[in-house]
Design a protein around this ligand. Structure first.
Ligand code: TXA
Ligand code: MG
Length: 354
C-alpha cells in the first residue's frame, strides 16, 4: 500500500467535521468513534470507497460492510423491503448498537455488501458519528477500524497503531462506551436470527418482536458450517500469544477455587519453560494470582466494564509480548453471552474444563 498522510483531529478542533466531510465526499476514508468501537468510514454508495476500505484494513472483500445512517428514514434509501419487525426494532433501539440485515436496493454497490443482495444497516448512538453522517450527507460504510485479524479499536490510539499512513483521517473522541461490536439481527429469513451477539441481547429483542433464533454457528462453532455473517468465520480479535480460557464445568462463568488453582498451575508450568505469561482476570479476583502478570478486565458485577476493557487487554497482551494467556470465563447470560463469544473467538475456542 502507498503511504498516505493521516490527519489526526478532535471533534472540538475548528473545522474538524468540515474536513472529515470533505474527505468522505471525495471518496476518502475517515476513522470515527461509535458507541461500540471505532469505525473506518467511507461512502457506502461508492464502489471505489468500499474497495479502499478493504485495502486499508487488509480485509477479504467478500466480507460485507455495515452502512451507518443518521436518520431512521434513510433506511428507505437502501433497503428494498422493511418488514414490520424492522420498524419495531428501529423505534425501540435506534440510535444504538443494533445492526439489521435487510434486502438491499440497487443503489448499494456489490462491493459494499461483498456481493450479497442484502445490506447491514445501523444508526449509531454516538454524537460524533451522528454529526459526521449528517454534516457530510454521506451514508457511511464502516467496518471496525482495525487491521484485519486484530482486536477492534476501542480508543483512537488503537486506530492509530493499525491504520496510520493507510487512511486520510482519524477523528479522536477518546475511548468508546460499550467496547464490543453491535448486535446483528438478520430480518431477511422466515424467522429473525442473531448473527452476532452484542449489547442488545436476545431477551431485549424477543421482548419486542417475539422469538429470535441464534445462528447455529454461535452455539456450535463448526469449521464446516458457514456463519451467515461472513465476518464471523474469520479469526478475529486474536492476540499473538496462545489464549486459553479456564472454566469450571459445574459452574460455568464462576471463578471457583478449582479455576484459580488451575490458572496458577498452568502459569507456573509455562513460566518454568521460560514463557511469558499473562492472566486475564477481574477486579474481584485479581489478588488470586500473586506474583503473576495480570490484566484486570473490569468488574464482574458490572458486565459493561468487562466488555469495555476486553479488546484493549488483548492488544496489551501483544504489547507485553505475552506467549501464554490464561483467562477466567464469564457467564453466558444476557450481555455475558456476547463477551464470551468474543473471548472464545480470541481463544480459537481453546477452553480447559476443570
Ligand atoms: O458495532 C459495529 O457494528 C461496528 C461499528 C463501527 O459500527 N462495526 C463493525 O463492522 O463491527 P465489521 O465490519 O467489523 O463487522 C460487520 C459484520 C461482519 O461480520 C460482516 O460479515 C457482517 O457484519 N455483515 C455485514 N453485512 C452483512 C450482510 N448483508 N449479511 C450478513 N452479515 C453481514
Ligand atoms: Mg470487525
Amino acid at each position: 500500500m502507498t503511504h498516505i498522510e493521516t490527519r489526526y483531529m478532535h471533534p472540538e478542533d475548528p473545522g474538524a467535521f468540515r474536513e472529515a466531510s470533505r474527505i468522505l465526499q471525495a471518496g476518502g476514508l475517515v476513522a470515527f468513534p461509535t458507541e461500540t468501537v471505532y469505525g473506518l468510514g467511507g461512502d457506502a454508495l461508492s464502489p471505489e470507497a468500499a474497495a479502499k476500505i478493504y485495502a486499508a484494513k487488509g480485509r477479504p472483500s467478500d466480507n460485507p460492510l455495515i452502512v451507518h445512517i443518521a436518520e431512521p428514514g434513510d433506511i428507505n434509501r437502501i433497503a428494498r423491503e422493511i418488514p414490520s419487525a424492522a420498524q419495531t426494532l428501529l423505534h425501540a433501539f435506534w440510535p444504538g448498537p443494533l445492526t439489521m440485515i435487510l434486502p438491499k436496493k440497487d443503489v448499494v454497490p456489490d462491493t459494499t455488501t461483498g456481493g450479497l443482495d442484502t445490506v447491514a444497516i445501523r444508526m449509531p448512538a454516538h454524537p460524533t458519528a451522528l454529526r459526521l453522517i449528517r454534516e457530510s450527507g454521506i451514508l457511511i460504510a464502516a467496518p471496525s477500524a482495525n487491521l484485519s485479524g486484530r482486536p477492534s479499536p476501542t480508543d483512537a490510539s488503537h486506530v492509530q497503531e493499525d491504520l496510520s499512513g493507510r487512511i486520510d483521517m482519524i477523528l479522536d473522541d477518546g475511548p468508546v462506551g460499550i467496547g464490543i461490536e453491535s448486535t446483528i439481527i438478520d430480518l431477511t429469513g422466515s424467522k429473525p436470527a442473531i448473527l452476532r451477539p452484542g449489547f442488545i441481547t436476545r431477551e431485549m429483542l424477543e421482548a419486542m418482536i417475539g422469538p429470535v433464533e441464534l445462528d447455529p454457528t454461535l452455539i456450535h462453532p463448526d469449521p464446516n458450517i458457514r456463519p451467515r455473517a461472513p465476518g464471523m468465520k474469520y479469526t478475529h480479535y486474536a492476540p499473538k500469544g496462545e489464549l486459553t480460557i479456564i472454566e469450571d464445568t459445574a459452574q460455568p462463568g464462576i471463578v471457583t477455587p478449582m479455576v484459580s488453582a488451575r490458572i496458577r498451575k498452568l502459569a507456573s508450568e509455562a513460566l518454568s519453560r521460560g514463557r511469558r505469561v499473562v492472566v486475564l482476570t477481574t477486579a474481584e479476583h485479581a489478588e488470586l494470582y500473586p506474583g503473576l502478570d495480570i490484566l484486570t478486565l473490569g468488574d464482574r458485577g458490572e458486565g459493561r466494564t468487562v466488555a469495555a476493557h476486553l479488546y484493549s487487554a488483548l492488544r496489551k497482551c501483544d504489547d507485553l509480548g505475552a506467549e501464554i494467556i490464561l483467562s477466567e470465563s464469564f457467564r453466558r447470560d444476557e450481555f455475558g453471552g456476547a463477551i464470551m463469544n468474543r473471548l472464545l473467538k480470541a481463544a480459537g475456542h481453546r477452553l480447559i474444563s476443570v
